[in-house]
Design a protein around this ligand. Structure first.
Ligand code: ADP
Ligand code: MG
Length: 982
């Protein structure tokens, strides 16, 4: 009831808005009629005029007000431009395409909604690409850049070529960012009036500009004024959990994947033979009706090869599956633990699909290293060290040497085990063309939910290398995170953000709460005459798929094109196999065909076409109908499962009946679908079905049942929303920190006088340091400590008398030191070339920020994982995380400042040297920029060798075993904490 009332209110608000905008449409069309009498040049002159006017307004809000005022005329100019282009040919991705579009009224409405910084929901095929030209033109007039964000490079290129014709005709420049462009070229694209590109390219450029570039000239972007995100639901909701990460090669690398590959391959073959034997045994038993015995063997097979074909077939049979699940459950109870261990030992290794882990058995170790199964066991270092210590025959030096040897052996052992387990995972859990594809000799990850490729992303902890070794492609170095941001946080940078998609309404709350984006639903240009049939409900998946195939066969028989949607790549392949058996020609749209994706989708409307696709959301191409298809009822959309989210189902349905075409859609559902099993829908429905008296092998349909399914979907949506919100809340913490750090970084890059920043740092850091030596809680101020810190950081050569700290307040002392430091720094740099000193200063700050920020990213990662454990202690992990993150951040900022102080006078760390140095000025001053030693080197022969101030022990100097608890105290293993890249 509440919902219904809400819908009424929201609905009518939407209608009121549309009604209001329709009035403006009339106005636009009147102006457009008048514009028709202008010459092309006169029309174009409008662009230059407005640009000139807007350049005079510096206040951003006033600029927006100006844009609001000229909107009707500007939109009319764009529409009129489109009219003038009609009949001309344009080159779109090297293909000549005739221009035949003039904006429809509903498209003008959509454009206005985008200009307001909202999301316009317009169905597939309504021409959102053209809609975007209106606000892009208008907002580009400010000269601050307007971005259009697409889901892949192909669409960025296509749309910028295509719509570029119109923009260029009107006198605006258009750029397009593509994955393989060098920085200088990207910069030119960003400096165009309008720039098209994908979310990841935009995001990565942001990270490169702000986290890595060291000069203004190497930054490519120029601010974030206005962006329209196409397929906004796909980007802001579906991709909400995947951050963009720039990683660089790790400094250390220990990979021997190539070396171990042959032996692991043999091991995998051995296991495969063993598993085949198990499979035939189980099949035979099942045939004899000995289902329980068969289930026992199948369970063992599952441990050894969870994706074995025979097992997968067995899992499709209801009673066998239940039997196997029962066996599994019994083994994981405590009483049968020993038994389970025994079964595992009869295999070479076991694979845990859910945990994505593999484990060698005794037999497997023996095979890898005959006669020495201990070769895969880590030595007991602690006892070994104790033994060495007790050995009276060894000298101290020998003891150290011996320990180092044992340590090195242990390390290599640990690495070997790690390499081999990762290879096993690569062979047994990762299938080519499912989890990844090979492209241009690289392993490219495929997103398991969308089936889309994720170029540039890599699995961590050596897994990616293991897969590369398995596939025989170049094994790249391990990587470490250099910079990271989530896509949403990137989009939050924009002064004004807008979005468009065919499906936003069901997620309107989320858009509003998280992104402050309102959704306006735009009516279609032609009334939609699609028929959405009731869901067909089956007892088992097998019956369901059989029915789907039958239905496809019938439709194919009458030459009606069918689009079959699945929720996973796996189901797509299953259906494809079934269709092959029936000899029905079809195309599978999945990761392998990304390049031709648009063409395949476009062909899907031809008579008799059968197209299978995983997740149609965000694909960005509409399906046009071939000749004769309209008479045949249009495109038939079959969903083979309800998706967790209603939005994705709507996306699929929306692929038919574009622009007033006929069309038909139907979902097939079974009680064994995940959605039904996990969210209680099945139980409720079983009750309903019993009332209907449904028998085995029958199907059912009723509007009530659709409702039931949708309730389950709503529940999942709600849960997923909570998860995303939680992720964002965590990410917000990082985001604020990133803003501060990138802000400081940019200030440094842009500053003409970086010394000012250096002095600010000096003025902030020194008082804190002084206070730390004079804390009121302490018994007495630690003057000696303070003095020694000053002398090891700055070349002041203070003695206790000269300093005369005693009895003075912290403030006075700090001010005195600051003055001294500044004076000596002025002295030091007085005779140096000014620009060089500036570069050096920038370098010192950037270097400190970058190095410590990267360490900070690790620390925050492990903190985030760590706090979740505390949830058991009834503490809210988010609050804990925020508190600790704050502390770690304060520490980070302190460390950055201290590092700057330390490096300011590096290698001139005592007064004697400094004075000598000053005496010899300016003959031998050398700069080294970009080198490790970022300061001035003095070259006097008489100068005594300088002992360097001892550096505090950094954690990368400590030797720890990969499997030991991490010395940082996080409680996690070293290898998954600070030692991730060691
Ligand atoms: P959407 O992104 O909304 O699904 P597209 O932008 O891909 O739709 O456009 C779908 C098709 O509609 C394109 O082939 C385009 O040429 C056509 N189209 C869009 N607007 C118009 C128009 N005003 N007049 C004629 N055809 C149009
Ligand atoms: Mg589109």
């Amino acid at each position: 009831m509440v919902n219904w009332i809400l819908k009424k209110i929201v609905g009518s608000k939407n209608q009121r808005e549309i009604k209001r905008l329709r009035k403006v449409v009339t106005q636009i069309n009147q102006i457009e009629a008048q514009l028709q009498s202008l010459s092309d040049d006169e029309l174009r002159a409008k662009t230059a005029f407005w640009k000139g006017e807007l350049a005079k307004i510096s206040d951003l809000n006033e600029q927006q007000a100006y844009l609001d005022r000229i909107l009707p005329e500007a939109f009319a100019v764009v529409k009129n431009g489109a009219r003038r282009l009609c009949g001309q040919e344009t080159l779109v991705c090297d293909q000549p395409i005739p221009w035949n579009m003039v904006h429809f009224d509903v498209q003008l409405i959509g454009g206005m909604v985008l200009h307001q910084g909202k999301i316009t929901e317009m169905a597939t095929g309504e021409g959102k690409t053209l809609v975007a030209t209106l606000p892009l033109y208008l907002n580009a007039l400010t000269g601050r850049g307007a971005h259009l964000v697409t889901v892949n490079d192909y669409l960025a290129k296509r749309d910028s070529d295509w719509m570029g014709t119109l923009f260029r005709f009107l006198g605006l420049s258009v750029g397009c960012i593509q994955n393989d462009q060098p920085p200088e070229y990207r910069r030119e694209q960003y400096y165009c009036d309008i720039t098209y590109g994908t979310n990841s390219e935009f995001g990565f450029d942001y990270l490169r500009d702000n986290g890595m570039a060291t000069t203004r000239e190497t930054q490519v972007q120029r601010g974030y004024a206005f962006a329209i995100v196409d397929e906004v639901d796909s980007i802001l909701i579906d991709e909400a959990r995947t951050p963009l990460i720039i990683s660089g090669p790790s400094t250390v690398t220990t990979q021997n994947y190539d070396k171990y590959k042959p032996v692991v391959e043999q091991l995998v073959k051995k296991q495969a033979l063993l598993c085949n034997r198990l499979a035939s045994e189980a099949e035979a038993l099942a045939e004899q009706g000995k289902k329980e015995e068969a289930a026992q063997i199948y369970f063992k097979l599952k441990l050894g090869q969870p994706r074995h074909k025979s097992l997968l077939r067995a899992m499709e049979e209801t009673d066998l599956r239940k039997g196997i699940e029962k066996v599994e459950l019994s083994y994981y109870s405590d009483t049968l633990k020993a038994e389970l261990f025994k079964i595992k030992e009869e295999l070479y290794f076991t694979i845990d699909e859910r945990a994505h882990e593999s484990d060698l058995s005794e037999m497997g170790r023996e095979f890898l290293n005959p006669g020495d199964p201990d070769a895969f066991v880590l030595p007991d270092l602690i006892s070994e060290f104790a033994e060495i210590d007790l050995n009276a025959e060894l000298s101290e030096g020998q003891k150290i040497e011996e320990k180092a040897k044992r340590q090195a052996f242990c390390d290599s052992q640990a690495e070997r085990i790690h390499n081999i387990t990762q290879l096993l995972r690569a062979y047994c859990l990762f299938e080519k063309d499912v989890q990844y594809v090979i492209e241009e000799n690289k392993v490219v990850i495929v997103d398991e939910y969308t089936g889309r490729k994720m170029p540039g992303r890599r699995w961590s902890d050596g897994l990616h290398q293991a897969v590369e070794a398995k596939e025989g492609v170049q094994v790249d170095r391990e990587t470490q995170t250099l910079a990271t941001i989530t896509i949403q946080n990137y989009f939050r940078l924009y002064f004004k953000l807008a979005g468009m998609t065919g499906t936003a309404e069901t997620e309107a709350n989320e858009f509003h709460d998280i992104y402050k984006l309102d959704v306006v639903v735009i009516p279609t240009n032609q009334p939609c005459i699609r028929k959405d049939l009731n869901d067909l409900i089956f007892k088992t998946r097998r019956e369901k798929f059989n029915a789907v195939i039958k239905e496809i066969q019938i439709a194919h028989g009458r030459q009606q094109p069918v689009l079959v949607g699945t929720v996973s790549v796996e189901t797509s392949e299953l259906l494809s196999r079934m269709l092959k058996r029936e000899k029905i020609p079809h195309t599978v749209l999945n990761a392998k065909f990304h390049m031709q994706e648009a063409e395949i989708v476009a062909r899907a409307g031809q008579p008799g076409a059968v197209t299978i696709s995983t997740n149609m959301a965000g694909r960005g191409t509409d399906i046009k109908l071939g000749p004769g298809v309209v008479e045949n009822g249009g495109l038939y959309v079959i969903g083979t499962e309800r998706h967790e989210s209603r939005r994705i189902d709507r996306q699929l349905r929306g692929r038919c009946s574009r622009q007033g075409d006929p069309g038909l859609s139907r979902f097939y559902v079974s009680f064994e679908d995940d959605l039904m099993r996990n969210f209680g829908a099945a139980d409720r429905m079983t009750a309903i079905m019993e009332r209907f008296g449904m028998k085995e092998g029958e199907e059912l349909e009723h509007p009530w049942l659709n409702k039931s399914v949708e309730t389950a979907q709503r529940r999942v949506e709600q849960r997923n929303y909570m998860i995303r919100r939680r992720t964002l809340e965590f990410d917000d913490v990082m985001n604020k920190q990133r803003e501060v750090v990138y802000g400081l970084r940019n200030e440094t890059i842009e500053s003409d006088e970086p010394r000012k920043i250096v002095y600010e740092i000096v003025e902030e850091a020194i008082p804190l340091k002084v206070e730390s030596f004079m804390e009121p809680g302490e018994a007495a101020p630690n003057y000696a400590g303070l003095l020694s810190w000053v002398n090891s950081t700055f070349p002041l050569g203070l003695t206790a008398e000269k300093a005369g700290f005693e009895g003075k307040s912290a403030e006075v002392i700090a001010a005195w030191i600051i003055e001294k430091v500044k004076t000596s720094y002025e002295l030091k740099t007085r005779h140096e070339e000014r620009e060089a000193v500036r570069s050096l200063e920038r370098y010192i700050i950037l270097n400190a920020i970058d190095r410590l920020w990267q360490e900070h990213l690790y620390a925050m990662d492990s903190l985030r994982e760590g706090v979740h454990l505390r949830a058991y202690g009834q503490k809210d992990p988010l609050i804990e995380y925020k508190n600790e993150a704050y502390e770690v951040f304060v520490e980070l900022m302190g460390n950055i400042k201290n590092e700057v102080l330390h490096n300011l006078f590096r290698s001139t760390s005592n007064l004697q040297a400094f004075e000598q140095f000053m005496a010899n000025l300016p003959q031998h001053l050398l700069h080294q920029e970009g080198g490790g030693e970022s300061s001035i080197l003095s070259g006097g022969a008489e100068q005594p060798a300088q002992p360097k101030a001892a550096l505090p022990v950094r954690r990368d100097n400590i030797k720890v075993n990969r499997n030991d608890p991490c010395p940082c105290g996080s409680g996690r293993k070293y290898k998954s904490c600070c030692g991730r890249n060691a």
